[in-house]
Ligand binder design. Structure first.
Ligand SMILES: Cc1ncc(COP(=O)(O)O)c(C=O)c1O
Length: 454
């Protein structure tokens, strides 16, 4: 029996090339089968289609058509962020060039837990993280699996720097922050009101005055629900005045740094001790592409670990870079490659253009909604999130409209509860989206709402 070919090595390219053709053909066939932003029929129909493609998860003998069959089924059953009508979440359509780079990362399979597994990838990571950190106004950055891991690490570094810490976060903070406090065994977080969607500085001042330290305040630059930015300079000033540490979760808003037009919205970011960035949101990367920027690189010694097989003292003394303290993970993909390729291929201005494009589309969509008598707009978008609802609908109707569009495979919209009411959420992350696409989206919502009983 011949052994299956490998992805790298001398035979790798010739083995991969026909498989790539198979993948690309299956992606196209699956997309044609789906015919819209997501599969119609809801969870049961999708699960049945997947079961049909799988037949037997672990057959006794292999199926030579497995790649085509399963890629086709996955594409047919996907919510496709490259479809302009798929706009619910911070779920971006990845750039072709980043995805191609990710293929190279998979083929070469460097693992960033020791230099002898990732000689060039570790050098690339060191250079790119330094540049991204400086772009943020901080000194160094770690690569993470996304905003959740970055937020967790920010709390861990704060705890280690101060020998314990209490989290003070807005009611608008991402759920990963209180969850990280729980995971790290920290006291229950103090939650500051966020009326209108942003953290209230007066309430923060009161809390910081009353609470004993050490405290870690977290602010958000780009809230998950509404894409709003907390008043960063004011919050930074309060943290300085009260001796509290500041973490800014810019998982969504961090991408604005690439844009000359929008960068000023992040003024104050550089004052934070740590900043979460996430390029699989406003950075058009395939998941995962998270970063945690840090102002004080010496605090990273908290992550230091010695494992003789990976970073023996004598190896380190002899000049082999010690990578183990760059993450709490051990084996680690070179996610930096697709990021580095994207930064170099597009440049800051190329990425800035994408940011400007989605922000402009979101503003135009908001204007369409404002002018439409059948809809209510939550507010003018700050980044690229637009919240709206049919003017006459109650919350149940809003929720039903969203589910109906999902079930029929017509549109993927999110939901957000703000000011005590439920809103439909469109997060524009597709730079190819045209104003007409968003007009069509609004029409679909209108038709779905009209078709509700009563
Ligand atoms: C503000 C914010 N922070 C953190 C996260 C978590 O990011 P990830 O899903 O990459 O872990 C999200 C996710 O949407 C987010 O909106």
């Amino acid at each position: 029996m011949s052994l299956p070919p490998l992805a790298s090595g001398p035979a790798g390219p010739d083995a991969l090339r026909p498989l790539l053709d198979t993948v690309l053909d299956a992606l196209a066939a699956g997309r044609d089968e789906r015919g819209g932003p997501l599969p119609a029929g809801g969870p049961d129909a999708v699960a049945a289609r997947v079961a049909d493609a799988l037949e037997d998860v672990l057959p006794d003998t292999g199926d030579p058509d497995a790649l085509r069959t399963l890629v086709h089924a996955l594409a047919a059953g996907s919510a496709d962020p490259a479809d302009p009508l798929c706009a619910a979440h911070l779920h971006c359509p990845p750039l072709a060039v980043a995805t191609a780079a990710d293929l190279a990362a998979s083929a070469l399979n460097p693992s960033l837990d020791s230099w002898d597994q990732a000689p060039a990838a570790s050098a690339l990571e060191a250079a790119v993280t330094r540049t991204l950190a400086r772009t943020t106004g901080l000194a160094d950055a770690l690569v993470t699996t996304g905003g959740t891991e970055s937020n967790q690490l920010a709390l861990l570094l704060a705890r280690e720097a101060h020998g314990g810490v209490r989290l003070v976060c807005g009611a608008n903070a991402h759920h990963s922050l209180p969850r990280a406090a729980w995971l790290l065994g920290l006291p229950d977080p103090v939650v500051i009101p966020a009326p209108g969607g942003t953290l209230d500085p007066a309430a923060l001042h009161e809390a910081l005055t009353a609470l004993p330290g050490p405290l870690l305040v977290t602010a958000t630059a780009g809230t998950t629900d509404a894409g709003l930015i907390d008043p960063l300079p004011e919050i930074a000033g309060l943290c300085t005045a009260h001796g509290a540490r500041l973490h800014i979760d810019a998982a969504y808003g961090g991408g604005l740094l690439f844009s000359d037009r929008h960068r000023d919205k992040l003024a104050g970011l550089e004052t934070a001790h740590t900043v979460t960035l996430d390029l699989h949101k406003l950075g058009w990367q395939p998941v995962a592409a998270g970063l945690l920027a840090v102002a004080r690189p010496h605090e990273l010694t908290a992550l230091h670990q010695r494992a003789d097989y990976l970073n023996a003292d004598d190896d380190t003394d002899a000049g082999l870079p010690d990578l183990l303290g760059r993450s709490p993970r051990t084996s680690r993909r070179p996610d930096i490659l697709k990021i580095a390729v994207t930064l170099k291929a597009l440049g800051r201005s190329g990425l800035g253009t994408l940011v400007d494009q989605v922000c402009a589309r979101a503003r135009e969509f908001a204007a369409q909604i404002r002018e439409h008598p059948g809809f209510e707009l939550y507010d003018r978008p700050v980044i690229s999130t637009v919240l709206f609802r049919p003017a006459e609908a109650d919350d149940d109707a809003v929720a039903t409209v969203r589910r109906r569009l999902l079930h029929e495979g017509r549109a993927v919209l999110g939901r957000a509860r703000l000011d005590g009411r439920l809103w439909l959420k469109a997060t524009v992350l597709n730079p190819h989206t045209r104003p007409d696409d968003l007009t069509h989206l609004l029409k679909l919502v209108e038709l779905a709402e009209r078709s509700l009983p009563g």
